[in-house]
Each structure stands twice: as C-alpha cells, then as structure tokens.
Design a protein around this ligand. Structure first.
Ligand SMILES: Nc1ncnc2c1ncn2[C@@H]1O[C@H](COP(=O)(O)OP(=O)(O)O)[C@@H](O)[C@H]1O
Ligand SMILES: [Mg+2]
Length: 242
C-alpha cells in the first residue's frame, strides 16, 4: 500500500546541531502512530518538517507517494496535514464557530454582490463538527477563551476532522491539562481511527501512547531507534530504550 505520508532520508541541522539523521518513516492511511523520545530527541523537529514550519536539508517528504515541498504551514494544510500544538492556535476572543473556520471562512454573496461571512453556515457546521468528535459544548457562539484546555483541543481536533485533514499531527496536546481533560483528549485521539483519519501523536507519556495508538515509534538523538505495533511491545521495553 502507498503510505499516506512518508519521510525518506530526512536530515535537519540547526547551526551545529544535527537534529534529524536520515529519518525514514512511512505511515499508512488510518494508522495512529505514537512518537516518543526524550527531550531533544528530534520529535518536534520532525513534525515541524511535516507541517511546513521547517524545511529539511536533505531527503524528501511524500504524500500518497508523491514528493511534496512543504514550503510553509499553509501549503502543508492545503495538502491535508493539520497540526495541533500543546498551546493551540485559537483566538480566545472569538467564538467557537469563528475559530473552527479560521482562515477558511465560507463567503456568501450579500446585496450588490458583496462577499459576506456566511455566519449561519459557520454556526450550523460547527455544531455538527463538534458533535462529531463527541464534544459537548453549550453553543457555537461561546468564546473560545471561556473553554477549558481540553475543550480547546477538542475544537482543534473537530476543525481538523471537519476539513477532512488526511494527517492530524498532535505535538504534546495534553501538556498542562488535568488528568480528566487529558483523558478527554486521549478519547478524541482514539476517535480518529474509526473515522479513517491518520494520526501522529507526540507524547512524553508512554502510557498515553499505549492507550490510543496502533504503532509506536521511538526517537533518540535524532534517529528512529524503535518502530513496532503497540501489540508487539510493552511499556517497560520502551522505557528501557529511552
Ligand atoms: N530552533 C532551534 N534552534 C536550534 N536548535 C534547536 C531548535 N529546535 C530544536 N533544536 C535542537 O534540536 C534537537 C531536537 O529538538 P526537538 O526536535 O525540539 O526535540 P524533542 O521535540 O524531541 O524534544 C535538540 O538538540 C534541540 O536543542
Ligand atoms: Mg518537542
């Protein structure tokens, strides 16, 4: 099968630091991969390459078998790669509905052919998108600033699902969340697979990865040092590797 996303021989340097050394990673459609590793292993650098924030010095990224140049986050998003960071990119002073459509607002034609934001459509579709990830929020008009951290991550995941992202990358999305909120976010991640969405979930908590991923990839010092289905390994083994 052609992988939905693949890195071939990816290398990245920051000044003197060789942050990624010949990374080869292929992810299949609908697979949820947990990426683990100590601080400084290169996890964030790898996902920044996949999300168009950084460009590799060598190697290639392929989407559905085709080499792509992820020149910017916008280009990556247009190609179906959506990234959620620990502090996500929502505007607290805007409503849930507006945040869901941020940068992708539907326009309707007003009197005289003037383009207007289609508020009704944004409200309607955001209610549906949020219900689809099993997130229960009072109203699409509530301000994102009033939501908890876990709810905000839920809205970010709903946004990615609504726009039919091919690959959802989550870099430490549960950092700074309470246990209850963390469980909620892990539930959202478990919900990706039944919907056929591919996920790459970065976490320093190996237990969380075992709870919601199919496959575990471990990095150390800029290299992939382990890659196995979750069923083929165990938490102690991964701990010993890192
Ligand atoms: N913007 C940067 N400038 C210089 N060095 C960086 C930068 N970002 C990361 N690094 C270095 O690259 C290596 C990998 O970092 P990173 O990808 O953030 O690892 P991880 O996410 O696994 O903790 C580390 O040695 C880190 O110090
Ligand atoms: Mg990181």
């Amino acid at each position: 099968m052609t992988p939905i996303i693949e890195c071939r021989g990816v290398q990245k340097w920051y000044a003197g630091v060789h942050a990624l050394k010949n990374i080869n990673l292929a992810v299949q459609r609908g697979e949820v991969v947990g990426l683990v590793g100590d601080n400084g292993a290169g996890k964030s650098t790898l996902i920044k390459i996949l999300s168009g924030v950084h460009q590799p010095e060598a190697g290639a990224v392929l989407i559905e078998g085709r080499p792509v140049v992820l020149r910017s986050p916008k280009v990556a998003m247009r190609l179906g790669i959506e990234t959620i960071y620990q502090t996500n990119s929502m505007v607290p002073t805007m409503s849930i509905a507006r945040n869901l459509f941020l940068g992708r607002e539907p326009i309707s034609l007003g009197i005289g052919g003037i383009g207007l934001l289609d508020q009704a459509r944004m409200r309607r579709e955001s209610v549906q998108a949020i219900a689809d990830v099993d997130l229960h929020l009072r109203s699409p008009d509530a301000l994102v600033g009033e939501l908890s951290g876990g709810q905000r991550q839920g809205v970010a995941i709903a946004r990615a699902m609504h726009f039919k992202s091919k690959v959802l990358v989550l870099d430490e999305p549960t950092n700074h969340l309470s246990v209850k909120e963390t469980n909620k976010v892990l539930g959202f991640i478990r919900g990706l697979k039944p919907q056929g969405v591919t996920g790459i979930f970065i976490s320093h908590n190996i237990h969380h990865v075992f709870e919601c991923c199919d496959r575990i990839v471990a990095m150390a010092r800029g290299e992939i040092v382990f890659d196995s289905p979750v069923g083929g390994t165990n938490i102690d083994h991964i701990h010993d590797l890192l």
